[in-house]
Design a protein around this ligand. Structure first.
Ligand code: RIB
Ligand code: CA
Length: 321
């Protein structure tokens, strides 16, 4: 797995969102080669997500990164209004950031992804931490995309643990099941960082305290996290929060090396029943004696080393105005 400086150009697709905002800060702090960001409706609308993304990037000193507004609605559906109870009404914990002078590019996120893949053939890494609508639209418009992209890392799904929207469905998959199915069916290498590991990667109270006592960028992220902690404290039973999107970014960068990540088949339940949005991960190969399974292409992260919260806090504290 490459180290951060070797990962190559990265296109980030996100629905900014508090943990998306942390991810933007983390990628900047790690010196990732962020060549473009597209937004999608999820935690907030794609339009508000773009505003948040521009403002967080400017706060972190990267107002130069291009941001494209992506899909407002999931494929075949309608955006349901986001998750204000988790991320606040504005998606970033109701923190009012200084407004970046930058504006979104006029292109769609799908067009940006296709353009960047062609500008960096065989090198671009796609990191998707929101619903997968833009990736699916890009695949539809540009069928050569899988040959052009070096790899895809997604935050989404749940292999062996409960969902967080329904008993079995995780939010990014559930918010556009059709897109998720198309992205997983496409012939490109996908690494899946799901709730199995992201619910166990945590910021604790001491991390929040350290950010709130840090430089202004860290303080702004810490104030957003106060809202996230309010949601997660009853869920986790103590003051803490899960680090979904930042952990996916760390895996994409090679900063976190999974200790268990089998390459196995995975598909999404697109039916209208109670299983809608479930990621069905075929782990029969853990037992001897099953014949080789067709379609074993997806690398499913099931275990990572402990301690990512410390690394993330240290990275965010390096950000300065
Ligand atoms: O299920 C976690 C995912 O949904 C993360 O991407 C988070 O930002 C939320 O939208
Ligand atoms: Ca997200």
């Amino acid at each position: 797995m490459p180290r951060p400086h070797e990962t190559g150009p990265i296109y980030l697709d996100c629905d900014t969102g508090i943990d998306d905002a942390l991810t933007l800060g983390y990628l900047v702090a790690e010196g990732a080669d962020l060549v473009g960001v597209g937004t999608v409706s999820g935690n907030v609308s794609a339009e508000l997500g773009a505003r948040n993304t521009l403002d967080v990037l400017a706060l972190a000193g990267r107002a130069d990164v291009s941001v494209a507004v992506g899909a407002h609605d999931p494929i075949g559906g309608t955006f349901q209004g986001g998750a204000p109870s988790v991320h606040g009404a504005n998606g970033i914990g109701d923190v009012e950031l200084p407004r970046s002078p930058a504006a979104p590019t006029g292109e769609t996120a799908a067009a940006m992804l296709s353009r960047l893949a062609r500008a960096h053939p065989g090198r671009l890494h796609v990191l998707a931490v929101g619903p997968l609508t833009n990736l699916a639209l890009a695949l539809e418009a540009d069928p050569e995309l899988p040959e052009l992209v070096a790899g895809v890392t997604i935050m989404g799904g749940a292999a062996l643990v409960p969902g967080n929207v329904t008993a079995v469905a995780e939010a990014n998959i559930h918010n556009d099941v059709v897109a998720a199915a198309r992205v997983l069916e496409a012939p490109w290498p996908v690494t899946v960082v799901g709730l199995d590991v992201t619910m166990e990667a945590r910021f604790e109270q001491r991390h929040l305290d350290a950010l709130l006592a840090g430089p202004p960028v860290a303080v702004a992220l810490g104030r957003m996290l106060e809202t996230y902690f309010r949601y997660y404290t009853p869920v986790l039973g103590r003051p803490a929060c899960a680090l979904h999107d930042p952990l996916a970014a760390a895996v994409a960068l090679g900063a976190v090396e999974p200790t268990l990540a089998p390459v196995v088949p995975m598909e999404v339940d697109t039916t209208g029943g109670p299983g809608r949005g479930q990621t069905l991960v075929d782990l029969r190969s853990r037992y001897l004696g099953y014949p080789p399974l067709p379609g074993a292409r997806h690398r499913i992260v099931l275990e990572v080393p402990q301690g990512f919260g410390d690394d993330l806090a240290a990275a965010l504290l390096r950000l300065s105005d």
